[in-house]
Write a new protein. Structure first.
Length: 145
């Protein structure tokens, strides 16, 4: 696709979150707190995609996400693609995958878990990435996210 044919404005520098499953675009905006972003944020919703049928896309000018933000993103929307843009060119492209461990991102559903009763971050081991199955490090409670 030629740049002049883009459905949303080209980005000089920043990050494009692409291939977002259609219903998750606004959830990602909340998750990454993009509604309070100072630079421009462009949200495309329900766009045609050869890869997934319909998709969302979020372009954030002059913003590059931290590993912690990418880990949070991986729980909500694994397999989205992050495109890092510099001078209107994609300099890096990576598919978001859930990491082997999650720290302080997901809350343990066990009310008796120490992570819910002491001032400490939750800690989960990812048992199955495809099924998004997690196991609490402290109480061993399993959950799907």
């Amino acid at each position: 696709m030629k740049k002049e044919e883009l459905l949303v404005a080209a980005l000089k520098n920043g990050t494009v979150i692409d291939h977002i499953p259609s219903g998750l675009a606004f959830k990602i905006v909340d998750l990454l707190d993009l509604q309070h972003e100072q630079s421009s944020v462009t949200i495309g919703y329900n766009l045609e995609s050869e890869k997934i049928g319909r998709k969302g896309i979020i372009k954030v000018a002059d913003r590059f996400f931290s590993d912690e933000e990418i880990s949070r993103l991986s729980v909500t929307a694994p397999n989205v693609v992050l495109n890092i843009i510099r001078d209107y060119e994609v300099v890096e492209k990576k598919t978001v995958v859930i990491p082997d461990e999650l720290h302080g991102i997901v809350r343990c559903p066990n009310p008796k878990c120490i992570s819910n009763n002491e001032p400490m971050a939750s800690f989960f081991h990812v048992i199955n990435k495809e099924e998004r199955l997690l196991k609490c490090h402290y109480c061993e409670k399993e959950l799907n996210v």
